[in-house]
Structures are given as structure tokens and as C-alpha cells.
Design a protein around this ligand. Structure first.
Ligand code: MN
Length: 231
């Protein structure tokens, strides 16, 4: 078989302590998975099951990195998130079996064009333009699961120019890793290389050209992203 033109390079992300890379198949994202963030977005955290949206695989960017302020928006927001890397696929995965499917974990920023998201919500339109743009998923290296101290309790935080804006614990997830990945696997057959961005805690806000975001999940990884002016 030959292709009509060269296929795109395989999207991938670094692996902590290794020269190998984690090949990315899809990026699933959980919406409103911390109660305080759901409330800051004007929603009742007790009223809805987990829901998901996606980003293209090639939205991943290895960090530390420098990104250009994206097009179309005047309100680019940071959302620091625990990232789960799937190593073994499956459908209808039981909650107690989810651990067997996890290859590793890291930390990423679900960059969001908040003004476009607000417009999409108002108009009943999809979120893609708000969430799935180029380079919208800067990420740390993935830490292999054997080296991950905990997926149920760890500080998650993000600072802009050294000022802490988001500071919570992954223990505060409304739908924990086992619960939301089991739910996700009912909708899609998960496959090796899938990444799941697990939702952001409260304190989201705008970043501007010249800002430097730093963040992390303790024990899993740290991330640094510098925002350059729009070209
Ligand atoms: Mn998010």
C-alpha cells in the first residue's frame, strides 16, 4: 500500500526517564470534574454525570514549551489537569479493572478559548473551536505507572508568573480516575495511546502574551508554558 502523500508524523509525548516516546492516539477530556470549578462556571456539580470532549492527537506539545497566543480569541484560559495515559484498550471496563489499562500519568494544560466556549454554549454549538485548536494540549512527560505514587491523592496546582492561581488535590475529583475511565469506555473502545485529561480545579483564568505558566501534580510531573504574542 502506498499513500497519496506522506502521512502526518505520529503524535507523541515524552516519557519521563526514557528516550522512548508515548504515541498518542486520541485525547479525551472530562468536563467540570471538580465541584468548585463547576460552580465557578455557573453549574451545579451534583446534577450531572461525567461528560467528555476531545482534542486532536496532534494538539499535544512537549513542555517546557513556548506557544503563540492562538487566533480568534481575546480570552485564553489555563486549566491544569491530571493526564492519564492508556496502555491497554477495552470497552465497558469495570471500575475495579481500570488500573490494568493505565500505562502512566502526567500533567497537562487544557488551553481554552473561553470566549469562543461561552459563545458555543449560548448558541448550542460544539466546543471544538474553544478546546481543540492547534497546540491546545501542552503536556509534561508521562510518568510510567510503576513510578506514580498515587492517582487518588496529590496536590495539583498552576501559577502564572509565579502567582498561584489553581491549587487543589486530585482527591477532589467528582468522578475519580476509575469512575470516569470506566464511563468513557462505555462510549468508545479505548485503545493504547489514548490520553484522558481529567478536568481542572477552580481558579481558571486568562493568560496573556508574555506570561509564563508553571504547574504540576506532585509526584507525577511539572509543566512550564510561555505564551508569545500572536504572530
Ligand atoms: Mn478542562
Amino acid at each position: 500500500m502506498t499513500f497519496a502523500f506522506d502521512p502526518p508524523p505520529q503524535a507523541s509525548v515524552a516519557i519521563r526517564g526514557s528516550d522512548q516516546r508515548f504515541p498518542v492516539r486520541r485525547i479525551f477530556c472530562v468536563g467540570r470534574n471538580y465541584a468548585a470549578h463547576a460552580r465557578e462556571m455557573g453549574k451545579d456539580p451534583d446534577r450531572e454525570p461525567p461528560f467528555f470532549f476531545t482534542k486532536p492527537a496532534d494538539a499535544v506539545v512537549d513542555c517546557p514549551c513556548t506557544l503563540s497566543y492562538p487566533s480568534l480569541t481575546q480570552d485564553l484560559h489555563h486549566e491544569i489537569e491530571l493526564v492519564i495515559a492508556i496502555g491497554k484498550g477495552g470497552s465497558n471496563i469495570a471500575q475495579e479493572d481500570v488500573t490494568d489499562h493505565i500505562w502512566g500519568a502526567g500533567v497537562g494544560i487544557d488551553l481554552t478559548r473561553r470566549d469562543l466556549q461561552a459563545e458555543a454554549k449560548k448558541m448550542g454549538r460544539p466546543w471544538d473551536w474553544a478546546k481543540a485548536f492547534d497546540q491546545s494540549a501542552p503536556m509534561s512527560a508521562i510518568t510510567p505507572i510503576a513510578q506514580v505514587p498515587s492517582l487518588s491523592q496529590a496536590r495539583i496546582w498552576l501559577a502564572v508568573n509565579g502567582e498561584v492561581r489553581q491549587d487543589a488535590d486530585i482527591a477532589d475529583l467528582i468522578w475519580d480516575v476509575n469512575e470516569h475511565i470506566a464511563t468513557l469506555s462505555q462510549a468508545m473502545e479505548l485503545a493504547p495511546g489514548d490520553l484522558v485529561m481529567t478536568g481542572t480545579p477552580a481558579g481558571v483564568g486568562a493568560v496573556h502574551a508574555g506570561d509564563v505558566m508553571t504547574g504540576g501534580v506532585d509526584g507525577l510531573g511539572e509543566i512550564e508554558v510561555t505564551i508569545n504574542p500572536r504572530p
